[in-house]
Design a protein around this ligand. Structure first.
Ligand code: SF4
Length: 209
């Protein structure tokens, strides 16, 4: 396994964003922190339904092929997409010790063959990034959904629910959380809903429509 000590651009962006979010969450008045917790409550309910679905229907396949070896296809590379809102939501749901650990691994030596957040016990995030949480490999999809269309319909419903929080063709939580921190003077390469040309076009089109 190749190890490197130099901070990659990817990890630098992650580290700076994590530090920024922590700094602001630590100094926010309690009332504003409560407002943020209320804002994310519906999303957390969605994540709980998602976890229950995956646990019920995918754990048999995924435990055998991935979890026992502590890696899945999405964890086996550096550079998984994390949204700014993922960092905020995880920050709100984590302890200081959890966040210290994330900071330490981002600053430590890196294994090029796997995600920086992967530990021997799995992912170090309390609320994993949404892209990871909804990643299903082709093998699992084929094994679980084949000839089981009601199950596939339930998965598609979860995919639709995800968009209600993340896809900015209407006001969505992920955009709102970026705006909240932008108003505090923050800027991050993970603010895709404010910086990605594709997502900006989605916003633009929905305004025109
Ligand atoms: S953040 Fe966690 S779930 Fe996502 S790729 Fe890294 S270790 Fe895997």
């Amino acid at each position: 396994m190749l190890q490197k000590n130099r901070l990659s651009d990817y990890n630098r962006g992650q580290l700076e964003t994590l530090r920024m979010v922590r700094r602001h969450l630590d100094t926010l008045p309690q009332a504003q922190r409560r407002v943020l917790q209320e804002k994310i409550a519906e999303y957390l309910a969605f994540r709980s339904d998602l976890d229950a679905f995956l646990q019920e229907h995918f754990s048999s396949v995924c435990t055998f092929t991935c979890y026992t070896s502590h890696r899945s296809a999405c964890c086996s590379r550096e550079g998984i997409i994390t949204f700014f809102a993922d960092v905020v939501i995880n920050g709100l749901q984590s302890t200081e010790a959890d966040l210290d650990t994330l900071q330490q691994v981002l600053q430590g030596s890196q294994d090029e063959d796997q995600c920086v957040y992967l530990s021997a016990n799995g992912c170090r995030w309390r609320v994993r990034p949404i892209v990871c949480a909804m990643f299903l490999c082709d093998r699992a999809v084929k094994t679980i959904f084949e000839n089981r269309s009601p199950l596939q319909s339930r998965w598609e419903e979860l995919c639709r629910r995800r968009l209600l929080f993340t896809w900015p063709d209407r006001p969505v939580l992920f955009d709102e959380l970026e705006s909240f921190f932008i108003d505090l003077g923050c800027n991050s390469p993970l603010m895709y809903l404010h910086n990605s040309p594709g997502l900006l076009r989605v916003k633009q089109k929905s305004r025109i429509g």
